[in-house]
Write a protein that binds this ligand. Sequence first.
Ligand SMILES: *[C@@H]1O[C@H](CO)[C@@H](O)[C@H](O)[C@H]1NC(C)=O
Ligand SMILES: *[C@@H]1O[C@H](CO)[C@@H](O)[C@H](O)[C@H]1NC(C)=O
Ligand SMILES: *[C@@H]1O[C@H](CO)[C@@H](O)[C@H](O)[C@H]1NC(C)=O
Ligand SMILES: *[C@@H]1O[C@H](CO)[C@@H](O)[C@H](O)[C@H]1NC(C)=O
Length: 435
Amino acid sequence: MEKAHFNFVLLLLLVIPCVLLISKFYVDTFTFKQPSAQSSFIANRFSLNSITAIKHSKHLMVSAFIDHRINKAIRVISIIKRDSLQPLYCIYCNDDHTCRTAEAEVQIHSDHFGFPYAASDVLCHGAHTQDAAFVSISTSRNISAIYSEDLLPIKNTVIRESFKFNFSVCISNLFGSYNNVLQFVQTMEMYKLLGVQHVVIYNTSCGPDLEKLLQHYKKEGILEIVPWPIDHFLNPSKGWNFVEHGGDLHYYGQLVTLNECIYRNMYQSKYVLLNDIDEIIMPYKHANLPLLMEDLQQEHRDVGVFPIENHIFPKTQFEETGRFNRSKWRGIPGINIMVHIYREPDRKNVFNPRKMIINPRSVTQTSVHSTLQQYGNVYYVPFDVSHIVHVRIPLQGHLTKEQLHNDKRVWDFEHKLVPNVDKALQSSNLLKIPD
Ligand SMILES: *[C@@H]1O[C@H](CO)[C@@H](O)[C@H](O)[C@H]1NC(C)=O
Ligand SMILES: *[C@@H]1O[C@H](CO)[C@@H](O)[C@H](O)[C@H]1NC(C)=O
Ligand SMILES: *[C@@H]1O[C@H](CO)[C@@H](O)[C@H](O)[C@H]1NC(C)=O
Ligand SMILES: *[C@@H]1O[C@H](CO)[C@@H](O)[C@H](O)[C@H]1NC(C)=O
């Protein structure tokens, strides 16, 4: 009698884990063979847009990548409405249309600045994710939902150790009727001289002259333009703080595009610069970015994130000689960075915000001024080694020229920069006056 009771308990102890295992198994590896007649149907469901609604939810998905560092999980860069969380499922399929489902793990980034929508990762952990070719995020765990969902192709399926580019710049979010052509062309040509081979811009909208310049750089091959129609989905904020600026999402989705850009460049670029359209990460002791990073990386082998201080060059202060007040550039809309060579001094107790040069393979999540999650260490680059040249409206507008620092670093590039800017303007049909 006592023995039979013992056996029953033993049986229970064996059965319970099995039931648990089977239910887990069901979610993770239930497979579904796609009849070949319906293959073309699947092919037609690929989302051609860079933003896609997750059906039956308020959330949006952007793009999908294999994350080789996290057990080859599928990471879907997403925009999650924070107060509308619900269970989400990944349905992912191989090229031969074997599909699997897995429960999705939603990671909302900690930096959302109070906005209802937040940059997020939806992670799919499951069997054979490394073989998946496309994925959808669904509110249903029923694998048949794949027939009605929009699908994202999965990128970064292969680890690469040599890269197409050494330096890529991620410029988040062009919006409104931004038409600051002269500063943009000078910045692009400066970056080319500094060793940048690739620039990614997320385009919501821009002004008519800048459009011509963007088309030129796209044709030239240096510029990758990612359409970013966030205003078709949400009421994006023009500011960074919900309480002050309102709207659905921080600064046209800047946090989303910065993260997307890191994964987009992970196996494509050795280093990635994360900065704004009007900022130049400038080496002051090296001729260019490759030489700067060679030294920094040699001294700091375990570092993957290099924050660089931002410094303001007020567009209200002009240099006196007029040597860059060129007639050719007079009709071009925007700021001429060559004439604004006065830099604001540091203020006591005021922190200079930073932008970053990163090794994209060492970062998992980023914010604007710092990373949120990374492997390896962070090295704060000293001001005299590199700082950002940021020509804009002053922060310390009361200061006279005598109270500002003279910083003519951009002039060191003048002999190549000026003719290159002219050529780019000419090729964009923006120069009205012939040579
Ligand atoms: C899954 O969806 C299909 C098609 O809508 C339906 O026929 C099937 O009964 C569903 N299965 C489950 C387990 O809900
Ligand atoms: C990147 O840098 C390496 C080493 O300095 C160089 O050999 C290579 O040509 C560079 N690649 C590009 C695309 O410029
Ligand atoms: C930027 O986006 C706007 C709005 O969709 C579009 O009209 C324009 O052609 C785009 N510019 C480029 C260079 O892609
Ligand atoms: C640039 O030159 C033009 C023509 O000589 C002059 O009108 C203008 O004031 C100059 N601008 C600056 C900022 O010196």
